[in-house]
Design a protein around this ligand. Structure first.
Ligand code: ADP
Ligand code: MG
Length: 332
């Protein structure tokens, strides 16, 4: 099983950023309202995620680290309507096969916490008593310490951390109701309180995307025949030199989709923001029955039942909002 886990790890665990994604999704699946992330050396030396979710009962702790052990699917029907983020039951097994992993948890129902530790070794972990408030802490040390070939593919600490931070940002934007904090080498990168009002949501976007984006963007909120689009679209005064600032969420999940990208680009172009790279943080909500977001667990693709309607809706909403802002066109 260790080899199988390491092979599986090749698919799920590419770098610290992929580990953090799995850990954060688990915390969210467990109903966490606050998640604290501690990282050292870009995540290669240490990744620690602590949450206040439902926790894991003693008997389930070793199971959580074994392959295909998921508490999230019980039958095929479940598989078809997975609402949770993770469902393959592979992530922790994979990560634990290529790192030194400690899992500490206290279930809501338990009067004490328990811990399991693995060292990439092929043995059943021993469960030991521990101190921990309700919730779970996963500590991943020395990623790829036993798979040097994979370790060689890691980039600089700075690059690995940038990838990791991007993952945290995406998830922080997908769950305004959850508090997130991120520290790197002992320094706080950001600390986000739960954002329950529009004002607080705006503040979170400013923290995550930079205040300039929020100041130089247009807020949209539009609804038509079961589709809702809300969020922020950067105006042409906002220019961004480095990385993309393009976040699109469908029913709370970040996606990258050609149809969506096309609709946004076209709206930008038609309002004469010629050649400009669109910037946006947008949320689309629609009936889950008309969209398939599980096309591939690690890609961010999505399939709409009626792609044309979605495209038209996105285009016309953004076009109208942007056109209203076009200089010289005020009030048109
Ligand atoms: P999956 O998420 O696909 O079920 P994982 O390997 O990511 O598989 O996790 C295995 C199991 O461990 C989960 O199904 C869940 O029961 C438990 N688990 C992992 N992380 C947490 C957490 N932070 N809080 C509560 N339970 C967790
Ligand atoms: Mg998972």
């Amino acid at each position: 099983p260790r080899l199988a886990n390491q092979i599986a790890a090749g698919e799920v665990v590419e770098r610290p950023a992929s580990v953090i994604k799995e850990l954060l999704e688990n915390s969210l699946d467990a109903g966490a309202t606050r998640i604290d992330i501690d990282v050292e050396q870009g995540g290669v030396k240490l990744l620690r995620v602590r949450d206040d979710g439902g926790g894991i009962v003693e008997d389930d702790l070793p199971l959580a680290l074994s392959r295909h052990a998921t508490s999230k699917i019980r039958d095929l029907d479940d598989l078809e309507r997975v609402a949770t983020l993770g469902f393959r039951g592979e992530a922790l097994a994979s990560v634990s096969s290529v790192s030194r992993l400690t899992l500490t948890s206290r279930a809501a129902s338990a009067d004490q916490a328990w811990q399991v530790e693995t060292e990439g070794r092929d043995m059943a972990p021993r469960v030991q008593p521990a101190a921990h408030p309700q919730g779970t802490t996963v500590e991943v040390r020395d990623l790829f310490f036993n798979t040097p070939a994979r370790r060689k593919f890691l980039r600089t600490e700075k690059t690995e951390f940038a990838h990791l931070e991007e993952v945290v940002k995406r998830l922080a934007l997908s769950r305004f109701d959850v508090a997130f904090s991120l520290r790197h080498n002992g320094k706080t990168i950001f600390s986000l309180r739960p954002a329950n009002t529009e004002q607080e949501a705006r503040r979170r976007v400013a923290t995550v995307c930079g205040p300039a984006f929020v100041e130089q963007s247009l807020q949209v909120d539009s609804e038509r025949s079961g589709l809702r689009l809300w969020g922020w679209v950067g105006l042409p005064t906002f220019s961004r030199s480095q990385a993309d600032l393009q976040y699109f969420f469908v029913n709370g999940r970040m996606i990258k989709d050609k149809l969506v990208a096309h609709a946004v680009r076209q709206a930008y172009r038609d309002v004469l923001f010629n050649g400009r790279h669109p910037t946006f943080v947008l949320f689309m909500e629609l009936d889950p029955a008309v969209v398939d977001v599980n096309v591939h667990p690690t890609k961010h693709e999505v399939r709409f039942r009626d792609g044309r309607m979605v495209h038209d809706f996105l285009f016309s909403t953004l076009y109208r909002a942007l056109a209203d802002q076009r200089p010289g066109d005020a009030g048109a």
